[in-house]
Design a protein around this ligand. Structure first.
Ligand code: NAD
Length: 499
């Protein structure tokens, strides 16, 4: 049996999609594993007037895909209580406080409270304010506030949201979820970098030419057109997930593998992230939107044909660009980034391209102008591992070299945004481990960075969308971006199976 965790969860948005599909199954898994036993309770709040019985049935039903033992699932669901709650009504927080106190006594919860915001971000500030003013926080134990993305729409709105929340909760009580930033990813990148002298000692601008981060999705916008129209790839992926990957790659080795030490290195390196001028944003970032194509016999539509998407939509479903960190380690090394929907293959990977040797001594004997570049590829999803591409002698007479790859791969345990990923995040929150959550200082800086690009794009006519075919690797301008610097994308699944 695991160490039992003791806490009261208060979920705002207890009737919503996130709660049913992710949170309840994840809490149940923690229960099955013994992290949650007798001393936990959950209050679900939402607007509808539900009874406890009805709510417990909803929770029970949400576990169906896990094929649970019915007795165990029933026992688990009996820890759930419902409160019909209008987040703007002060009286309702008084009722909530009383219910929380009652459950705290009944289940002996030691005043430990986790407030989970599983609803629209526009209510976060209101809820946080009322939790404090109506004394729903309990200073006998811990109070932790969990916030889903998106955290703001730009720097200004993120700052307002943050100030609203910080009026009631201290920074170390706030857990801003970036579900992409699973522990696996942090551990995967850290293991390669900090577990290998031959890698870490080459990890700088003397040996590395450029770093490429690709986060490609094969799916289109599907049912999320309404949300995506107001977001776009830059806000949805670059400001948060890609920036987090870049940060893990660029940060200095932390003093220890402790959450606080990792966090402080991430914040430090983000201070050196170059916030471009509008002119640089114009040059260094390109956008795209997918168009219809037939891929593997399947007719795929335009982004503009998706539900709740404007027929003339200017929203980008693809971004490529160049990030730079202005510090000793990385001066002069571009971090090329690329993300998009409806690309050739679903993959998250990093290609670290090493500098060429100062000369090719084999040129006179083998007529090869250039040796292939050494590349370290770090696979993040759907498989984990790495490949190190070196040059070796081709077997046979004469002298020629060929690339040889040293590969270690295995399928990644838990994809992002799955019950497993949420299970881990919930356990981290119970443990007070903030490694996988974003600090305000990180968010502030990545919003400042994204805002410049967003402003330039908003002020100029969009390119002639759609400008890339579904099933491709994005628009031609993404290739030109690197070609201009004399480089190319290492990963191109449309050319060869170069995974
Ligand atoms: P949803 O629309 O399914 O649920 C919203 C919940 O909020 C419902 O329970 C509703 O009753 C409640 N609510 C709305 N207005 C209210 C009010 N005035 N007073 C009290 N309750 C009110 O939304 P969702 O998909 O569950 O998403 C919730 C949050 O999680 C959003 O911030 C979303 O961006 C984020 N998120 C969701 C997912 C997902 O897979 N669903 C993934 C990542 C992030």
């Amino acid at each position: 049996m695991q160490d039992e965790k003791v806490a009261l969860f208060i979920i705002f948005g207890g009737s919503g999609d996130l709660a049913r599909r992710k949170l309840y199954p994840s809490l149940f898994r923690l229960y099955q594993k013994g992290y949650l036993q007798k001393h936990f309770a959950v209050i679900g709040t939402a607007r509808r007037p539900w009874s406890n019985d009805y709510y417990q049935q909803i929770v029970f039903d949400s576990l169906a895909s896990l094929n649970p033992d019915a007795e165990q699932a029933k026992e688990f669901a009996s820890h759930f209580y419902y409160q019909s709650h209008d987040v703007t009504n002060t009286e309702h927080y008084v009722v909530l406080r009383e219910l929380a106190q009652k459950l705290d006594t009944q289940y002996q919860l030691a005043g430990n409270r986790i407030f989970y915001m599983a609803m629209s971000p526009r209510f976060f500030g209101t809820i946080a304010g009322h939790l404090k003013s109506e004394d729903v926080l309990d200073d006998r134990g811990f109070n932790r506030l969990v916030i889903e993305k998106p955290f703001g729409h730009d720097f200004a709105s993120a700052q307002v949201l943050n100030e609203d929340i910080r009026a009631s909760f201290a920074e170390n009580q706030i857990y801003r979820i970036d579900h992409y930033l699973g522990k696996e990813m942090v551990q995967n990148i850290s293991a390669i970098r900090f577990g290998n002298n031959i890698i870490e000692s080459l990890w700088n601008n003397r040996y590395i030419d450029n770093i490429q981060i690709t986060l490609s999705e094969a799916l289109g916008v599907e049912e999320r057109g309404g949300y995506y129209e107001n977001s776009g790839a830059l806000r949805d992926m670059v400001q948060n997930h890609i920036s987090q990957i870049a940060t893990l790659l660029a940060m200095e080795p932390p003093v220890s593998f402790d959450a606080a030490d990792i966090r402080s290195e991430k914040i430090k390196v983000l201070r050196s992230l170059h916030i471009g001028t509008p002119e640089e944003a114009r040059q260094d970032f390109v956008r795209g939107q997918y168009g219809a194509a037939t891929v593997a016999g399947e007719a795929l539509d335009n982004y503009r044909d998706a539900a709740q998407v404007a027929p003339e939509s200017k929203t980008e479903t693809f971004v490529a660009g160049k990030m730079t960190f202005e510090n000793y380690r990385w001066a002069g090394v571009p971090f090329y980034i690329r993300t998009g929907k409806r690309l050739a293959k679903k993959a998250t990977r990093v290609d670290v391209v090493f500098k060429q040797l100062p000369m090719n001594i084999f040129q006179s004997v083998n007529k090869q102008d250039n040796l292939a570049e050494n590349v370290l590829t770090i696979y993040i999803e759907p498989t984990e591992g790495f490949t190190l591409q070196l040059n070796a002698k081709r077997v046979g007479q004469g002298f020629a070299t060929r690339p040889a790859a040293l590969t270690f791969r295995h399928s990644s345990e838990a994809a992002t945004n799955t019950p497993e990923a949420y299970e881990r995040l919930l356990l981290d929150i119970l443990n007070g481990d903030s490694t996988n959550f974003t600090h305000w200082d990180e968010l502030a800086q990545t919003w400042r960075f994204a805002d410049v690009i967003e402003k330039v794009w908003a002020s100029e006519p969009a390119p002639d969308f759609p400008n890339y075919l579904s099933g491709s690797m994005g628009p031609a301008c993404a290739d030109e971006l690197l070609a201009r610097d004399g480089r190319h994308w290492v990963y191109d699944p449309t050319q060869t199976d170069c995974e």
